[in-house]
Every structure is written in structure tokens, then in C-alpha cells.
Design a protein around this ligand. Structure first.
Ligand SMILES: CC(C)(COP(=O)(O)OP(=O)(O)OC[C@H]1O[C@@H](n2cnc3c(N)ncnc32)[C@H](O)[C@@H]1OP(=O)(O)O)[C@@H](O)C(=O)NCCC(=O)NCCS
Length: 175
């Protein structure tokens, strides 16, 4: 998409936050429909406001339009992790995801990190097409699987909301 700008989100304006929460939850509802039971939501207004106040939410925007977002957080002295990478469905497949990942990697480098991590939640007994695509894409842009974790280890209490058993695959890239 032309004229995409990448910024660190600052506004906790309720309307703005509500738009982002709906975009994120709608995208995850669809992409992870064979992972979660009805009613499980990826985020909510309170959680997202905290991410914004912590200056951890990066946005792809064009004028007033929000094209996508990514949550970038520091894990330790040399490592950042990104999560909640979402392209607005109106602009999917037009380079927004790639731009957000590039931007997150550059921000992490600027902050002194030498590694970026991400976690893929993957069902073990059914196939999720989006996760297959993500594995292929992340591998192509330099991420390698370094670990597998039980979902409870990473997100305590969350497994009661699972429709299908899942494993957390941890990927890492040298920056
Ligand atoms: C993952 C996601 C953010 C990608 O955003 P996007 O803007 O659609 O992606 P891009 O247009 O930047 O494309 C990224 C790459 O995937 C390829 N691609 C995009 N859509 C594709 C598709 N449907 N099938 C195969 N390849 C595809 C592109 O060619 C590009 O490859 P390249 O880097 O070799 O050029 C988006 O699909 C999304 O919101 N998914 C649901 C949420 C999710 O799973 N997030 C990740 C959680 S870790």
C-alpha cells in the first residue's frame, strides 16, 4: 500500500482503542477459529491501552486509516519479541505485515537487541492453514524454530479455552 506510515501508537482515545480491539479480535477469531472455543478473545480495551501506554504498540497507518499493528516487547537485554501482528483485512496481502515486521526489527535493533523472537500457537491434531503459511513466511524471512513449550507454561490458565490441543513453537532470528 502506498504512503504507509509506521509509527508508535500514542493515542488511548476510546474510539481509537475500540477500533483496534475489534480489528485484532476479528482477525484472530477467523485465523484461530479451530484453536479457541467460542467467546475467547485475543485482547480487550484495558489490555490494549496498557500496551499503548507502555509504547509497545506499533501501527501501520495511512491518513486516518489503520492498516495494521504489531506488539513489540523487550524480553531481556539482547532480545525483543513481537506478537499480535495483524493486517487490517481490507489491506491484507499488500505488504503491511512485512512492513510491520521490518519496522519492529529495526526498533529492536535501535534499542540494542541482537535477537527477535515470536511464538506460534499451533494445533497438534488439526491443521491450521494460517499457521502453515506463517511458518513458511517466517522461515523465509530468517526465523528458525528454537523451542517448543506447553501452552500452560507460557499462558497460564488459558488451556481451558482451547478447542483443540496446541503447542507453542518459539522462533528466533538474529538481528
Ligand atoms: C500475518 C499477516 C499480518 C500478514 O500480513 P499481510 O499484510 O497480509 O502480509 P504481506 O502482504 O506483507 O505478505 C507477507 C508475505 O506473505 C506472502 N503472502 C501473503 N498472503 C499470502 C497468502 N495468502 N498465501 C501465501 N503467501 C502469502 C507475501 O507474498 C509475502 O511474502 P514475501 O515476504 O516473500 O513477499 C496477516 O495475514 C494477518 O493478519 N494474519 C492473521 C493474524 C496472524 O496470524 N498473525 C500472526 C501471529 S504470530
Amino acid at each position: 500500500v502506498n504512503q504507509t506510515q509506521l509509527i508508535i501508537a500514542t493515542s488511548t482515545n476510546q474510539e481509537h482503542v475500540d477500533f483496534l480491539v475489534k480489528m485484532i479480535n476479528d482477525v484472530y477469531d477467523e485465523s484461530e477459529s479451530n484453536i479457541w472455543l467460542e467467546g475467547h478473545k485475543r485482547t480487550n480495551s484495558e489490555k490494549l491501552k496498557k500496551v499503548i501506554l507502555d509504547k509497545e504498540l506499533l501501527l501501520a497507518i495511512s491518513g486516518e486509516d489503520i492498516h495494521g499493528c504489531i506488539h513489540l516487547e523487550r524480553i531481556d537485554d539482547e532480545t525483543h519479541r513481537f506478537k499480535m501482528l495483524v493486517a487490517n483485512p481490507r489491506f491484507k496481502g499488500r505488504g503491511i505485515g512485512s512492513k510491520l515486521v521490518d519496522y519492529a526489527e529495526n526498533q529492536a535493533r535501535k534499542a540494542g537487541s541482537t535477537k527477535m523472537q515470536l511464538e506460534l500457537l499451533v494445533p497438534t491434531e488439526v491443521e491450521n492453514n494460517d499457521k502453515v503459511f506463517l511458518h513458511t513466511w517466517y522461515t523465509r524471512i530468517g526465523y528458525q524454530k528454537i523451542d517448543e513449550q506447553d501452552i500452560e507454561y507460557i499462558h497460564k490458565g488459558v488451556s481451558v479455552f482451547l478447542k483443540n490441543d496446541c503447542i507453542v513453537k518459539v522462533y528466533e532470528k538474529e538481528l
